[in-house]
Design a protein around this ligand. Structure first.
Ligand SMILES: Cc1cc2nc3c(=O)[nH]c(=O)nc-3n(C[C@H](O)[C@H](O)[C@H](O)COP(=O)(O)OP(=O)(O)OC[C@H]3O[C@@H](n4cnc5c(N)ncnc54)[C@H](O)[C@@H]3O)c2cc1C
Length: 338
C-alpha cells in the first residue's frame, strides 16, 4: 500500500478547496483499511475517510491521514416475492448504483438519481431528494468499528435516521467506517412523481409510459438545469438544512410573510425552505472574492475558483446571523466542516 505525503486535496472535494493532507491513501479492500488504521496509530495521526468529497468543507490543511474509499462491488444477494436485496460496497458511486438499479428494474432509488458521492456516505446524512430518502429503501449496513476492529451490522432502527441525520452523524460520529449498504428494492413499482417538477418534466419529455427509467431521466434533467455542476463551480449542494419550527414561531412568521413556503411536518411542526429565508435576506447571487451564494439557488454556497474553506465558512456564519436576525430562525449547516 502507498501512503503519499503532502497531497493536494483539491481534486478530492467538490468545493475544489486547495488544502493539503499530511498523508493520503486509497483503499480497495478491508485488509487495506486495517493497514491504513494501523499506519495512523503507529504515526499517531487522526484519520478521515472520504468518498466523493461532495459533502465536506475543508477549512485547513489536514494534519492526519485521508483514506479515500474505493471499495467496489454491487451484488443481488437475495429476493423474495416483493423485494430485491442489493448489497453495494461503500466506495461505489451513488449515481452508478442508482443506474445499476434502473438497468435491472429494481425500483425505489430513481428519485435519488444524480446525487453525487459514494454509497458509504449516503446513510450518514440519510440522503434525500424529490420526496424520497435513503431510509425508505434501506435494509442494513456493515461498518468497521475503528476501536474494536470488529465489523458490525446496523439495522434500520440502529441507524436512527432523521432528516439529513443518522446515528453516524451524532453519537457514533467518527467511530465507524461504513463498508457496505444493503438496499431493499421493490419488484412492484410504486411510482412517486408528486414532488417538485417531476410530473411537469415527464410531460415535457412526452412520456406516455411512466417507468422508473423515465422518472430517473426527469430527475436528472431537473437537477442538471437547477444545480451548479461542481466540475464548473465548486460547491457541496445544499449548504444548510431546511429548518423545522414550532407552531408559535410559525404563526408569527406567516402573519408577517404570507408568501413564505411552508411544509407542515406533523406534531405542530413546520419545515421552512432555508433557500427562501436566505434569499429574503438578500444573499442570493452575493459574491465576495471567490466565495459566494449561487445566483439561481441561495441554499448553495459556491467557490468561484480560489476561495479558501475559511472564507466559505465565514460567509455561512454571516448568513446564519442575518437569517436569525430577520426571522428568529436558527439555520444549521448540512455540510461537514473539517
Ligand atoms: C451538486 C450537489 C448536489 C447534492 N444534492 C444532494 C441531494 O439532493 N440530497 C442530499 O442528501 N445530498 C446532496 N448532496 C450532498 C452529497 O452529495 C451527499 O451528502 C453525499 O452522500 C456525500 O457523499 P460523499 O461520498 O461525497 O461524502 P464525503 O463528502 O466524502 O464525506 C462526507 C462525510 O461522510 C464521511 N464518510 C464518507 N464515507 C464514509 C464511510 N464509508 N463511512 C463513514 N463515514 C464516511 C466523511 O468522513 C465526511 O464526514 C449534493 C452535493 C452536491 C455537490
Amino acid at each position: 500500500m502507498k501512503f503519499l505525503e503532502n497531497i493536494s486535496l483539491k481534486p478530492f472535494n467538490t468545493f475544489g478547496i486547495e488544502v493539503s493532507a499530511a498523508y493520503f491513501t486509497k483503499i480497495s479492500s478491508i485488509e487495506e483499511l486495517v493497514e491504513s488504521i494501523d499506519f495512523s496509530i503507529e504515526k499517531k495521526l487522526e484519520c478521515l475517510i472520504l468518498g466523493g468529497g461532495s459533502n465536506v468543507l475543508l477549512t485547513k490543511d489536514y494534519a492526519g491521514l485521508i483514506i479515500k474509499n474505493e471499495l467496489a462491488g454491487i451484488l443481488l444477494i437475495k429476493e423474495d416475492p416483493s423485494f430485491y436485496y442489493v448489497k453495494a460496497a461503500a466506495g461505489e458511486g451513488w449515481h452508478t448504483f442508482v443506474m445499476h438499479c434502473i438497468e435491472n428494474n429494481y425500483a425505489g432509488v430513481e428519485n435519488l438519481s444524480l446525487i453525487p458521492g459514494s454509497v458509504g456516505a449516503a446513510p450518514l446524512q440519510n440522503i434525500g431528494a424529490y420526496g424520497v430518502e435513503l431510509k425508505d429503501v434501506f435494509f442494513e449496513l456493515e461498518a468497521f468499528n475503528i476501536t474494536t476492529r470488529n465489523i458490525e451490522k446496523f439495522s434500520l432502527s440502529d441507524c436512527d435516521f432523521g432528516y439529513r441525520e443518522s446515528v453516524f452523524k451524532r453519537s457514533l460520529k467518527g467511530q465507524y467506517i461504513i463498508l457496505n449498504v444493503t438496499f431493499k428494492l421493490n419488484k412492484k413499482h410504486s411510482i412517486n412523481t408528486r414532488y417538485g417538477a417531476i410530473e411537469q418534466e415527464l410531460k415535457r419529455m412526452e412520456c406516455t409510459n411512466i417507468t422508473i427509467k423515465n422518472i430517473s431521466q426527469a430527475v436528472i434533467n431537473i437537477r442538471t438545469s437547477k444545480l451548479p455542476n461542481p466540475k464548473e463551480i465548486g460547491n457541496a449542494g445544499s449548504f444548510f438544512k431546511n429548518p423545522v419550527i414550532d407552531e408559535s414561531l410559525y404563526q408569527q412568521l406567516i402573519q408577517a410573510n404570507p408568501l413564505m413556503p411552508v411544509y407542515p411536518s406533523g406534531n405542530n411542526q413546520y419545515k421552512l425552505a432555508a433557500g427562501w429565508l436566505i434569499e429574503q435576506c438578500g444573499w442570493k447571487g452575493y459574491r465576495k472574492d471567490d466565495a459566494g451564494c449561487h445566483s439561481k439557488q441561495a441554499l448553495v454556497l459556491v467557490n468561484y475558483g480560489n476561495a479558501k474553506g475559511q472564507e466559505i465558512y465565514d460567509l455561512s456564519t454571516e448568513i446564519l446571523g442575518s437569517v436569525n436576525q430577520k426571522f428568529g430562525v436558527q439555520l444549521e449547516r448540512e455540510v461537514n466542516i473539517i
